[in-house]
Design a protein around this ligand. Structure first.
Ligand SMILES: [Zn+2]
Length: 131
């Protein structure tokens, strides 16, 4: 199973508890910049902060040989599915300039004196978190 909760640095007393802060969110479009699927783009399906990996649609496809399990309505055979890719091997595709870009952060002050980090395109300044 991909995405088991692993906390690789938990024993080292890291303040974040082994959780990596990633600049990716579900439904982002990302581009692969390194590895087997270099050049592909896809939608982020899942983000795993424990392993620092992402599940990206149609990227890092693997073949799973599955046994049929009639009780769970699973057909046997060879199924293709995504496997997690290291977050450092992908970049966010900016909807403003349509390029794979690195991400800057803006710190906004919300009502009540609280701060909020939002992601911004480093090239054109387009806000990536529009909510
Ligand atoms: Zn941009």
């Amino acid at each position: 199973m991909p995405f088991q909760k692993q906390r690789p640095f938990a024993h080292k007393g890291v303040a974040s508890g082994g959780v990596t802060r990633l600049d990716f969110k579900k439904d982002d479009t990302v581009k692969v910049i390194s590895g087997r699927d270099k050049g592909k783009t896809g939608r982020v399906l899942r983000v795993d902060r424990y392993s620092g990996k992402l599940l990206v649609e149609h990227v890092m496809m693997i073949k799973r040989h599955t046994r049929p399990n009639p009780a769970k309505q699973i057909k046997g055979g060879i199924a293709e599915r995504e496997s997690p890719i290291q977050a450092s091997n992908v970049l966010v595709v900016c909807p403003g300039c349509n390029k794979a870009v690195r991400v800057a952060h803006h710190v906004d002050i919300v009502a009540g004196g609280k701060t909020r980090r939002t992601r911004v395109c480093r090239k054109c300044g387009h806000a990536l978190d529009t909510k």
